[in-house]
Design a protein around this ligand. Sequence first.
Ligand code: CP
Ligand code: NVA
Length: 334
Amino acid sequence: MSIVPNLGLTGKPLLKLADLTDEQVLGLVDFAIALKARKRAGVHLNNPLLKGKNICLIFQKSSTRTRCSTIVAVQDEGGNAEYLGQSDIHFGKKESVRDTARVLGRLFDGLLFRGFHQSTVEELAAYSGIPVWNGLTDEWHPTQVLADLQTIKEHFGRLKGLKFAFIGDGRNNVCNSLMVGCAKAGINFVDVCPEALSPAPEILALARTAAARNGSTVEVSHDPSSGVKGANVLYTDVWVSMGEEAMFAERLKLLRPFQVNMAMAKATGNLGGELMFLHCLPAFHDDKTEVSKSTGAMEVSDDVFESDFSKVFDEAENRMHTIKAMILSSMVTP
Ligand code: CP
Ligand code: NVA
């Protein structure tokens, strides 16, 4: 019997979580948990599932986790992964996205894209004829949230009914995806952000429809201490996403009161109990990076980042297991 569950994703892309059913999202998380155990046991070495498959990565933005997770996931399963950076191919400069898609679709079996516009990953999916996966755009970061849900489920043993607080830039790609992913899992979600960085009404509405279906809520709060009350998960992301570097000074001014620190962890009422800290990474939590040193940006204090309730490195590892679950679900017939 195939270890790949029948989630109805064979041959399909993953461009944003909103395109999946709630069951498909939860099924991918459970599949990733099973794949993690399978890798720990070394079973994948005897029965690799992507032998003879060629997977292409097109990245317009930098990446450590998404790039390396995809490469390791594919290689674990006996496939080949080819990384194409911004200056490696003609993409969008001398050749249109749709022509590139049609060429790469003749050569590769699957394609993961990281870049700016959601419309680019959609165009790649429409014209390549192969499964295309979104490895982050300005609007969405779906593979991140699969790993986040996996980490929460592994840690608490459940998803439904927990309270999740995202604190920071409440309209960025990670927050948008978390809002939808948590709603699909029946997790109560609060977006704690300055008013100027509130989520787009259409994304909020989308998440609220999913939450209503699953008996949970999606709220927006502009007050950090009351917003995080009762939270089981505190989550933040950088204050300035890739491509928005010109906004640094303005964001620092808006977001300094929203730093995740021990006072905020105490304000949840769950410190010492059911509380975890997550961050998609990379994170500014000390002055040991060029950017945090020169700007003073620090979305999380070092004591929270290094605390025993911080599970950020479990979360980073889970990027690989969830990306593997997604690729196998698209590429392997159950
Ligand atoms: N969290 C995440 O996507 O990390 P990278 O930018 O390193 O891929
Ligand atoms: N919001 C961040 C996420 C990085 C993984 C960015 O887009 O830069």
